[in-house]
Write a protein that binds this ligand. Structure first.
Ligand SMILES: Cc1cc2nc3c(=O)[nH]c(=O)nc-3n(C[C@H](O)[C@H](O)[C@H](O)COP(=O)(O)OP(=O)(O)OC[C@H]3O[C@@H](n4cnc5c(N)ncnc54)[C@H](O)[C@@H]3O)c2cc1C
Length: 490
């Protein structure tokens, strides 16, 4: 992949900064300006963008101005909302920081929500909850709702309601020509198809309108089993998950908990299997469904019970503070017990780097194409296995990569592809070959053709990049017709 380098300080080489500053409401920052470093901060601390220019967009007009400014100068554009999914570092170019675009509107009667590019799931959940409604949010409240949805979005109730992208009604996007448009299934069917699953590649999405679902309370929480039971947990879960209804979405995490005072005493310094449950049904039925899991053995912690959807973040208990990590994943047709055993060996508590394994149950509505088809790939996967390695410093990266590559090799016979939003870091290294694994081959070809039409210069390349399809070869010149009586002229 090509990265473009630009002067690191001052305005050298970039003209028109003053006019840009005058034309946008948010800050326009150059390296060395006060606020430049803070603007780059995000959840992922293993890497940071290094743009030649930052635009802290406050509204769609700011995004249009920034994209128009970049396009006119041939500068690539990166976007950052919360930085949970930072995967490809922008070295030079223009970074649009979206976190000021925090508008959320809920239309309770229509059961829809509109949210801007800087909105996090917690805000949407909070705005929808008083109406007995919920968005298809995921495990952590701090994740950016727009970027999550554009990549697909596997939420707490994903098996019942499908990908978050499946519930998109319309998207406001600023494309590489600097124009803003509202895209729906009717207004631009091809872009609407592409935005839902591959949306990071076609522009800056300044806001999304989505359907909400009528969910108020769920039966959920976690069952934590000690390390000695991990094998039993995986074996039982593999069978149990094939027979549960779609209202049950669940996963298993294998985690070597650090010895930290903020953790429950029972988990501190222990390796454990954490079964996470979100069931959209009554508590008695939930209790009945999880009985085979409880029967595996004693739990270190068992906090299953009825809870408001607005407390759904407590189901996964993802760390809410910024940290350094790298992660990969395999979407799987089925679970093979021997392969799971090998993954456990490769990632267990005796390994030098803290590695979390997250096995999520897919299928159900995730496997069905929505009424209006989308670019989301790998719908045939029944599980996703993710490996996330915590990094203490740059020296850890090579080791983390080796472990993650070994895990992917072990799982290869059952792998359908990968989930791109769940790939963290390492984007430049893995490159487009990995991006392809997120889509069906035909969908990938369509996406490249659309990219060639909407962003031929690949302005939006600091993402899991889909490169523009090459221009079709110009047709060979038509042969000069041979006069019928040519022979007579010889
Ligand atoms: C702790 C944690 C929990 C997570 N839980 C889930 C989960 O339960 N389910 C799930 O499906 N995913 C989950 N994810 C993955 C998450 O959905 C993606 O990483 C997502 O991209 C993060 O969004 P962000 O706002 O942090 O994006 P950023 O890191 O700011 O950006 C990520 C990518 O999105 C692009 N982008 C950002 N905003 C826009 C925009 N407005 N327009 C166009 N492109 C844009 C950027 O260019 C970049 O390529 C989780 C991630 C973490 C770290």
């Amino acid at each position: 992949m090509t990265t473009t380098r630009f002067p690191a300080a001052g305005t050298n080489g970039i003209n028109g900064i003053k006019a840009l500053r005058d034309g946008v409401r948010g800050p326009v920052l150059l390296p060395g300006d006060e606020g430049y470093d803070d603007a780059l901060a995000g959840f992922q601390t293993a890497s940071r963008h290094r743009p030649a220019l930052v635009v802290g967009a406050e509204e769609t007009a700011d995004v249009r101005a920034a994209v128009g400014f970049a396009a006119a100068r041939g500068l690539p554009v990166a976007v950052q909302a919360t930085g949970h999914g930072l995967s490809v570092v922008a070295d030079g170019g223009v970074l649009i920081v979206a976190r000021r675009m925090r508008e959320v509107r809920v239309d309770a009667r229509a059961r829809t929500a509109w949210f801007g590019a800087g909105v996090v799931w917690g805000q949407v959940v909070e705005a929808a909850a008083p109406h007995g409604l919920a968005p298809l949010s995921g495990s952590a409240a701090g994740v950016g709702a727009v970027s999550y949805t554009l990549g697909g979005g596997i939420g707490l109730l994903a098996r019942q309601f499908g990908y978050a992208a499946d519930q998109v009604r319309g998207a406001e996007i600023v494309t590489a020509d600097g124009a803003s448009r509202y895209v729906t299934a009717q207004s631009d069917p091809e872009l609407f198809w592409a935005l839902r699953g591959a949306g990071h590649n076609f522009g800056v999405v300044t806001g999304l309108e989505v359907n909400l679902v009528p969910v108020d309370r769920v039966f959920g929480g976690g069952l934590y089993f000690e390390g000695a039971l991990v094998e039993d947990v995986l074996r039982t879960y593999a069978g149990w998950s094939t027979a549960v209804p779609e209202e049950m979405t669940s996963s298993v995490g294998l985690i070597a908990y650090p010895d930290l005072p903020q953790l429950p005493a029972a988990l501190r310094g222990r390796y454990a299997a954490h079964v996470r449950i979100a069931f959209n049904g009554d508590a008695a039925e939930g209790e009945r469904l999880v009985a085979p899991l409880r029967a595996i053995g004693p739990r270190l912690v068992d906090d299953l019970g009825e809870l408001p959807y607005s407390e759904g973040e407590s189901i996964y208990k993802d760390p809410p503070f910024p940290h350094a990590y790298t992660g990969t994943n395999a979407m799987l047709r089925e679970l093979d017990p021997a392969a799971l055993g090998a993954v456990r060996e490769l990632t267990g508590p005796d390994r030098p780097l803290m590695t979390v394994v997250d096995l999520r149950h897919l299928g159900g509505a995730l496997s069905r194409e929505p009424a209006v088809a989308s670019a989301v790939g790998n719908r045939d996967a029944r599980y996703i296995l993710r490996v996330i390695t915590m990094l203490d410093g740059p020296d850890d990266i090579e080791q983390a990569r080796r472990t993650q590559e070994r895990v992917l090799e072990v799982l290869a016979p059952w792998t359908t592809g990968s989930s791109l939003p769940f790939l963290y870091g390492d984007g430049e290294r893995a490159g487009e070959e990995q991006t392809r694994t997120g889509y069906a081959p035909d969908a990938y070809r369509r996406l490249r053709e659309l990219k060639a039409r909407l962003d031929p210069a690949n302005l939006f390349r600091f993402n899991r990049n889909i490169s523009p399809a090459p221009a079709p070869a110009s047709p060979a010149p038509a042969p000069t017709p041979t006069p019928r009586n040519a022979a007579s002229h010889i």
